[in-house]
Ligand binder design. Structure first.
Ligand code: FES
Length: 101
């Protein structure tokens, strides 16, 4: 099962998730990475869930139109919207104030 390493505010949180997991959906039911993950709409509209992918980006599908619209040039820097990702492989993400919308 995929291992998720999530960095936030200088802390590192690590958890194992089922394949095809959406981290915003999990946080919504108070499972890891709750309460550390910042998000709001869960629908690709607010970009509050934006994360910089530190590892495992090669396993992710290409950004969808919502990510392109919300992230713009941050996509090229390696950002993705957590609410638009279904995790199937190990991944390492960072979310911090600098990444805030
Ligand atoms: S939670 Fe709003 S864009 Fe992801």
């Amino acid at each position: 099962m995929p291992i998720v390493v999530f960095h936030r505010n200088g802390e590192v949180h690590r958890g194992e998730v089922k394949e095809n997991t959406n981290l915003v959906v999990r946080a919504g039911i108070k499972q890891f990475p709750y309460p550390h993950l910042r998000y709001e709409c869960g629908m690709g509209k607010c970009s509050k869930c934006a994360c910089l992918v530190l590892g495992g980006a090669e396993h992710l599908p290409p950004p969808n139109w919502k990510e392109k619209k919300q992230l713009g040039e941050r996509l090229a820097q390696g950002y993705r919207l957590a609410c638009q990702l279904w995790i199937e492989h190990d991944i390492e993400l960072v979310q911090g104030d600098l990444e805030a919308a």
